[in-house]
Design a protein around this ligand. Structure first.
Ligand code: NAP
Length: 294
């Protein structure tokens, strides 16, 4: 007998989660504020609950995927729901902060429920596929007991630690890399357009450059974790080399009147490190110059 699962929130992501559970044969109950969004899931066999309370009563595991933790609190953190969740497992897959996850874990603990807090590192089309990655934090036993359920959501669902904020912390860290790449791409597009370089050409050259940048990212994490900030014979590029090359980008953006606010921020970090005497250190030494001093 497969466990009964409830999915609260069937927006783009929640629908993908519920759809994958149905496809794997889990009896699935769904609830969504805008009821018509549950229609496609009902056609796949989902039971549509008329209220959050009935949805929570129907499932042994309650998966939550709404827009933010405030919405989750408004839906679930009430006396009526508190008695319905006792002894059940809540899996919060809504995006949030580490502190939000810790606060939620405490609330569920006080109300006798088990709690895993997750971060979905994928778009809805990845859910249920081998490459679908979801990070889960909280009691290891709750993860191990329900591996089959999580397997239905993706081939790469991982337990990342018992500390409830861990998945959300990793989420923010990985998204920082993603936004660095996406905003960098916006700059690359603006520079290409200003210099009348076809975007198809940019795409072709990016494919060749991407593995080099991937290597730099991996090396930066490795060197920082080992505290190897001084240049040595394995240094790929120094602060001096990066800072010099970035001045060309800054000059070009100035000349072409492209917004420099983000890259000026990079330059400020370089300048702090250089002023402190680190011009010839490995690029990784910049990691010591990010604290705001608060
Ligand atoms: P979405 O399509 O906009 O869905 C948002 C869901 O939240 C809907 O079910 C919406 O209900 C519900 N909701 C919002 N406020 C509510 C409230 N006050 N009370 C009850 N329900 C409320 O967004 P999504 O893409 O599915 O994202 C959902 C979560 O997954 C977010 O935390 C997002 O960061 C995370 N996530 C998404 C992706 C992605 O690629 N889409 C990737 C990783 C993580 P209604 O239908 O009634 O509006």
């Amino acid at each position: 007998m497969k466990l009964s699962i409830t999915v609260i929130g069937t927006g783009r992501m929640g629908s993908a989660l519920a759809g994958s559970l149905l496809q794997s044969g889990y009896p699935t109950t769904v609830w969504n504020r805008t009821r018509q969004k549950t229609d496609p899931l009902a056609r796949l066999g989902a039971i549509v609950a008329p209220s959050v309370e009935e949805a929570v009563n129907a499932g042994e595991i309650i998966i939550v995927n709404v827009s933010d933790y405030e919405a989750t609190k408004a839906l679930l953190h009430s006396d009526a729901i508190a008695s319905a969740i006792r002894g059940k497992l809540i899996v919060e897959l809504t995006s949030g902060t580490p502190n939000g996850a810790r606060e939620a874990a405490e609330w569920y603990r006080e109300h006798g429920a088990n709690y895993l807090d997750g971060a979905i590192m994928a778009t809805p089309d990845y859910i249920g596929t081998e490459a679908g990655t979801i990070l889960l934090a909280g009691p290891r036993a709750a993860f191990d007991t329900n591996r089959d359920v999580f397997r239905a959501l993706g081939g790469n669902v991982q337990h990342v630690g018992e500390e409830p904020g861990r998945a959300n912390g990793l989420d923010s860290a990985l998204l920082a890399i993603m936004w660095g790449a996406l905003f960098g791409t916006l700059h690359a597009i603006a520079v290409s357009q200003a210099e009348e370089i076809e975007l198809g050409e940019l795409a072709r050259q990016w494919s060749a450059t991407a593995p080099v940048i991937d290597g730099l990212v991996t090396d930066l994490i490795k060197r920082t974790s080992a505290g190897r900030f001084a240049s040595d014979n394995e240094t790929l590029s120094s602060i001096s080399a990066h800072h010099g090359a970035m001045q060309h980008l800054l000059e070009l953006m100035q000349f072409r009147e492209i917004d420099r606010s983000i890259v000026d921020g990079y330059d400020a970090i370089f300048k702090r490190a250089i002023a402190a005497g680190h011009l010839h250190d490995d690029f990784a030494a910049l990691s010591n110059f990010l604290a705001t001093g608060k």
